[in-house]
Design a protein around this ligand. Structure first.
Ligand SMILES: NC(=O)N[C@@H](CC(=O)O)C(=O)O
Ligand SMILES: [Zn+2]
Ligand SMILES: [Zn+2]
Length: 343
């Protein structure tokens, strides 16, 4: 039987949500991951240190018994985020980054930033105290085609921003295009990117051929096969600039299977197993540990985990649906076979 032991991984982009669902979402990730960047797009959003600290307590309370899982908290930037709030966040010792959602770009982004110029004072404070900026990198102008929104964001927002603040640490989250991979590769050491399971495994045909598949809808939306290939190249490149961020984004079955379905895929239940499948298929299983367990903490200036997990090539079946508090959720690749099993 094929086996692979790697340093315990972390998830650098995760949606746990809040309230009753935490008892399902927290164990799904804590099963394998030591730490996860907890995204702040709640309703209302996590805009202050006080809100982040109380959210952290609710996540900790939902851990399975004996779990050492650590949520790494983030602040949701708004047009009104002050430099004082940034300094307080850093001083709290529990906030590891701030998230830029362009207003209207994705799930719960209505309070997001309408123009990055509005947050220059906050970004300057982040640059100064060393808090990374996490970016949902898509423009939202209605005349820009949805498949072009990420590439457009690089040219019109990200490049000028990084030129203006060359020491700001930036994570370009859930990249989906060859342009984004190339931009990050050529940028300075202060710029990195996370890559999801779904953008490494699927292209837009998987969402639209043979019927419209709401469970394959997320943002940024799946792209062409050439982009998927470029992302796999980036993930296995060992450059230290690309690391694991699942963007596991739970929505109930009803909210996905709808005339206006929510964006997001729930990959937490077998994330590391799917990444292993991707790396194996690319002939690069030896590169999985760097991507999943080393480059993330290195970029954030945190210690790597000291214990390990073992992946065994032992096929199993993903459930067709799972509990999400009082509702049901359809996980990624529901009912399908998973090649690896991690423990
Ligand atoms: N990725 C998604 O499609 N959805 C995420 C938000 C996000 O990360 O953009 C969510 O919170 O549901
Ligand atoms: Zn996003
Ligand atoms: Zn996300």
């Amino acid at each position: 039987m094929k086996k692979l032991t790697i340093t315990r991984p972390d998830d650098w982009h995760l949606h746990l949500r809040d309230g009753a669902v935490l008892k399902d979402t927290v164990p799904a990730t804590a099963r394998i991951f030591a730490r996860a960047i907890a995204m702040p797009n709640l309703v209302p959003p996590v805009t202050t240190t006080a809100l982040a600290l109380s959210y952290r307590e609710r996540i900790l309370a939902a851990r399975p018994q004996g779990s050492h899982f650590q949520p790494l908290m983030t602040l949701y930037l708004t047009n009104n985020t002050s430099p004082e709030e940034i300094r307080a966040a850093k001083a709290s010792g529990h906030i590891y980054a701030c998230k830029l959602y362009p207003a209207g770009a994705t799930t719960n982004s209505d309070s997001g930033v309408t123009d990055v110029a509005n947050i220059y004072p906050a970004l300057e404070a982040m640059q100064e105290v060393g808090l990374p900026l996490l970016v949902h990198g898509e423009v939202t102008a209605s005349h820009i085609d949805i498949f072009d929104r990420e590439a457009e964001f690089i040219e019109t927002v990200l490049k000028p921003l990084i030129e203006r603040m060359p020491n700001l640490r930036v994570v370009f989250e859930h990249i989906t295009t060859a342009q984004a991979a190339e931009f990050v590769r050529n940028a300075g050491d202060n710029v990195a990117a996370t890559i999801t399971v779904q953008h490494l495994m699927l292209n837009r045909n998987d969402m639209l051929v043979g019927g419209m598949r709401p469970h394959h809808y997320c943002l940024p939306v799946l792209k062409r096969e050439i982009h998927r290939k470029a992302l796999v190249e980036a993930a296995i490149s060992d450059s230290g600039k690309f690391f694991l961020g699942t963007d596991s984004a739970p929505h109930t079955k009803d909210n996905k299977e709808s005339a206006c379905g929510c964006a997001g895929m729930y990959t937490a239940p077998a994330a590391i197993e799917w990444y292993a499948e991707i790396f194996e298929e690319a002939g690069a299983l030896d590169k999985l540990e760097g991507f999943a367990s080393h480059y993330g903490p290195d970029f954030y200036g945190l210690p790597r985990n000291t214990d390990t997990i073992t992946l065994v090539k032992e096929p199993w079946q993903m459930a067709v649906d799972l509990p999400l508090a009082e509702d049901r959720i359809v996980p990624f690749r529901a009912g399908e076979t998973i090649q690896w099993h991690a423990e």
